[in-house]
Design a protein around this ligand. Structure first.
Ligand SMILES: Nc1ncnc2c1ncn2[C@@H]1O[C@H](COP(=O)(O)OP(=O)(O)O)[C@@H](O)[C@H]1O
Ligand SMILES: Cc1ncc(COP(=O)(O)O)c(N)n1
Ligand SMILES: [Mg+2]
Length: 477
């Protein structure tokens, strides 16, 4: 019972109205395969015998999936099938004293609509509360509506977990972020969906986002989707260090492994699209990242997987570093990936091309600062995202130009005399992502990331025989 809080995260409640009899168990199997964390069997019109027989079958499925199984309304049925829990409403409590009758090791959930009912239920021994109806729903057309405000007050007033219920779906769920709920109970948006497993999976990521986002502000999770650099200066390794140094919790989805050092890349193994998809999906459905940095993506197929997954989970704060060629000269993206890269850029908050990459993306030559501005404006118009054209390869300064819509802004930096610049682009984009995850606005996020980068360049680490890596942790003891 200690993990009841987490078990309530995505709480599926069955509804026969959406389904034919033959599909019923299959639909439950699909919801369990999609990752629902709790299941309630809700039957309003079955005899006790029929309800118990069905409950026994569903209990087996939940047991296999290691998901708590709750019976709605009927203590007899819950006892017959040895369910993990029972859920009752205020009307059921008028008819019998479930608080006294329920075995002590059975979870008791109680529906409440206001703070007084919530406090009473907690005092009498409820283990969790269901609060609703939050949004209009066809499941219960006569139901009392509970406001977001009351939901938040109930969460404040009790110390047992609270789940919100009623009309919750992928479009309105996020309105409940910050209320203090432990989970979302969902009927139609799961069992009324054409593909129940896929839908459950998606709702799980959004439930993680809704419930945990406001709790992770001190160390916001940031996902880097990029390639591994065995020498540790660029790619995934630089990203982890930069995210950590900027007070983010770094997670990774690896697109490719490179055998690389400060002098060059000697071999590359790409992840399969399926494996990249699996990495992203497992992260989003468990620790929802508040920002995402995308780096080396060698092929169009991998680029498309990223675009598809980020759109599925409604990702925010996407910083895309369009890595094409390493500082050492190695080709890190196949040329046929360009269209897919542009498609992903349309979903991004910001793209951060260096001058070479901006030339390819904007299809123009860049010889001076004016050309950088023109390219940045052209790209923000074409792709709809903000654009930072980085001038790190210029000789005299480290000035980057930012463009978003009609706005153009120079973000100036002093050139630090250090030839060890392996991983500057990776580091900058990761630091920006971490700053965005902390809630900084885009321009300060970039300015602060540039300051961090100047600091680590100025600390003058000198490793390797080529353009060496930086000391990402120069401020750490
Ligand atoms: N020597 C340097 N001193 C200060 N800032 C630098 C230096 N070199 C690069 N930068 C900054 O690092 C960031 C990465 O730029 P750049 O090196 O152009 O990208 P990439 O690594 O993708 O080629 C930019 O903000 C750029 O201004
Ligand atoms: C795996 C990997 N990803 C990206 C880069 C780009 O490095 P830079 O930041 O120097 O452009 C790299 N060298 N290796
Ligand atoms: Mg780069």
């Amino acid at each position: 019972m200690s993990n009841l809080d987490k078990d309530l995260l995505l709480y599926a409640v069955t509804d026969r109205k959406n389904l034919g009899q033959t599909e019923f168990l299959t639909s439950i199997k699909q919801a369990l395969a999609g990752g629902v964390t709790c299941l309630q069997l809700r039957e309003k019109n079955l005899s006790r015998e029929a309800f118990s027989a069905e409950a026994y079958a569903v209990k087996q499925l939940c047991q296999e999936a290691q998901v708590p199984f709750i019976i709605n309304d009927s203590l007899e049925v819950a006892l017959d099938c040895q369910a993990d829990g029972l859920h009752v409403g205020q009307e059921d409590l008028q008819k019998s004293d479930f608080y006294q009758q329920i075995p002590s090791d059975m979870i008791l959930g109680v529906s409440v609509q206001n703070v007084a009912q919530a406090k009473e239920a907690q005092a009498k021994g409820a283990n969790y509360l269901g609060v609703g109806t939050i949004f209009p729903t066809q499941t219960k057309t006569d139901a009392v509506r509970v406001s977001r405000q009351t939901l938040a007050e109930i969460c404040q007033a009790v110390n047992i977990p609270v789940v919100a219920i009623g009309g919750i779906d992928e479009d309105n769920m996020e309105n409940l972020a910050g209320t203090g709920i432990a989970g979302l109970a969902i009927v139609n948006a799961i069992f009324g969906a054409p593909e129940i497993e896929k839908q459950s999976h998606k709702l799980k990521a959004l439930a993680v986002k809704t419930v945990f986002t406001s709790r992770s502000v001190n160390l916001p999770p940031v996902l880097s989707i990029a390639g591994s650099d065995s020498s540790g200066g660029a790619g995934i390794q630089a990203d982890i260090k930069a995210i950590m140094a900027n007070d983010g919790f770094a997670m990774t989805a690896i697109t490719a492994m490179t055998a690389q050092n400060t002098q060059g890349v000697t071999a590359i193994i790409e992840s399969s699209p399926e494996f990249l998809q699996a990495q992203i999906a497992t992260v989003f459905t468990d620790i929802y990242p508040l920002a995402i940095k995308v780096g080396m993506v060698p092929s169009p197929e991998l680029m498309q997987v990223i675009a598809q997954e980020l759109s599925l989970y409604q990702a925010n704060n996407v910083v895309l570093d369009p890595v094409m060629v390493a500082t050492s000269g190695a080709q890190l993206m196949k040329s046929e990936t360009l269209d897919a890269l542009k498609a992903l850029a349309r979903q991004a908050t910001l793209i951060t091309p260096n001058i070479d990459e901006a030339q390819i993306l904007a299809e123009m030559e860049i010889r001076n600062a004016t050309d950088m501005e023109v390219a940045a404006q052209k790209l923000t118009q074409e792709l709809g995202c903000a654009v930072l054209v980085k001038g790190g390869h210029l000789v005299n300064d480290a000035n980057d130009v930012f463009a978003q819509g009609n706005q153009v802004l120079w973000l100036n930096g002093q050139k630090i005399n250090n030839s060890n610049t392996h991983g500057t682009g990776c580091t900058l984009s990761s630091a920006i992502a971490a700053n965005l995850a902390h809630g900084e606005d885009l321009i300060p996020a970039i300015q602060n990331a540039k300051k961090y980068l100047s600091g680590i360049l100025a600390s003058q680490l000198d490793l390797g025989l080529g353009s060496g890596p930086m000391n990402h942790g120069y401020l750490l003891k």
